[in-house]
Design a protein around this ligand. Structure first.
Ligand SMILES: Nc1nc2c(ncn2[C@@H]2O[C@H](COP(=O)(O)OP(=O)(O)O)[C@@H](O)[C@H]2O)c(=O)[nH]1
Ligand SMILES: [Mg+2]
Length: 280
């Protein structure tokens, strides 16, 4: 026996992964809508240390729920979600229903009923036309201006490191193959996760496209909580970029050392210093 359901040419279905913190208001409708998407036969919610009824409401709506006993951030929650999907698949195989590893569709918990409109993100991946799709929210471009400086930081950083300029680099709604996801592990922590994912998937040689989707999320406010959220986002994006912008320099330095250095001790540190200066 194998798993059944609508699948792409590769035979893979789709698992939705939703990282959520204190989303009791919307998680139920988001999960219900996500379950109607093409190819989706599994919805995993990661409750990242919520103090409300997020877990209960996600379970009631038909999701598999994995929890963090304390808050570990969005990147860690997405890793837990992917690991949850792998565990479910391991169990299916043990029970005699093996299948091709599912593609992963990451959705934010605050999409509510509009999550049912995410199909255009799934189709190119199911058809093998893209390795990762990223959503463009047409109706909320104005709203994204609210944290425009973080968006610009991420967009510029992705462009510098990959040559590709995403329009909405922080958009968390994305569908990717397991191979593309694995190339991006370990994920960048916290809210740096989307920026890191884009860079790492592109560096892995995978195809990434932005797709317009009529999704809507909670309006980003201007209150203290929203400002704090932006500050966290800024720090996390800057960290994700710093880790990735250093990488080519270190790599070049290491290559330079192995190619040009035979000596040890003082000679080696002199050469290292010279190479590091050249790479600045
Ligand atoms: N795992 C995890 N997810 C979070 C955390 N904070 C927010 N989220 C989720 O990340 C997504 C985006 O958060 P949101 O507050 O809507 O931010 P915005 O869309 O950038 O304004 C939602 O699904 C949230 O539930 C957190 O601390 N941990
Ligand atoms: Mg949101």
């Amino acid at each position: 026996m194998t798993r059944s359901g609508p699948e792409g040419p590769t035979g893979a279905g789709v698992a939705v992964v939703i990282a959520a913190k204190n989303e009791a208001d919307r998680i139920g409708t988001t999960v219900t809508a996500a379950r109607t998407l093409p190819g989706v036969d599994l919805v995993v919610v990661v409750d990242d240390g919520s103090s409300d009824r997020t877990t209960d409401l996600a379970l009631e709506a038909g999701a598999r729920v994995f929890g963090h006993s304390r808050n570990r951030g969005k990147g860690a929650a997405m890793e837990t979600g992917a690991e949850g999907v792998r565990l479910v698949e391991e169990r299916e195989a043990a029970e005699g229903a093996p299948g091709v590893p599912r593609h992963l569709l990451f959705l934010d918990a605050d999409l509510g009923a509009t999550a049912k409109n995410a199909a255009p993100l799934v189709e190119p991946v199911l058809e093998g036309a893209a390795d990762m799709t990223i959503a463009l929210f047409p109706a909320t471009r104005m709203r994204l201006g609210g944290h425009g400086f973080v968006v610009r930081l991420a967009r510029e950083g992705v462009r510098r490191t990959t040559g590709w300029e995403p329009e909405q680099p922080l958009n968390g709604q994305r569908c990717l193959t397991r191979a593309a996801f694995d190339a991006a592990r370990p994920l960048a922590p916290g809210f740096g996760v989307e920026t890191g994912l884009t860079i790492d998937v592109l560096h892995g040689g995978f195809r990434v496209v932005e797709v317009e989707v009529p999704l809507e999320h909670r309006a980003t406010g201007t209150d203290v909580r929203a400002q704090l959220h932006r500050a966290h986002q800024f720090v996390d994006v800057a960290r994700a970029l710093a880790a990735r912008e250093l990488r080519p320099t270190l790599h070049r330095t290491w290559q330079g050392v192995t190619e040009r250095t035979r000596g040890t001790g003082r000679e080696l540190s002199r050469k290292l210093g010279h190479i590091a200066r050249k790479n600045r």
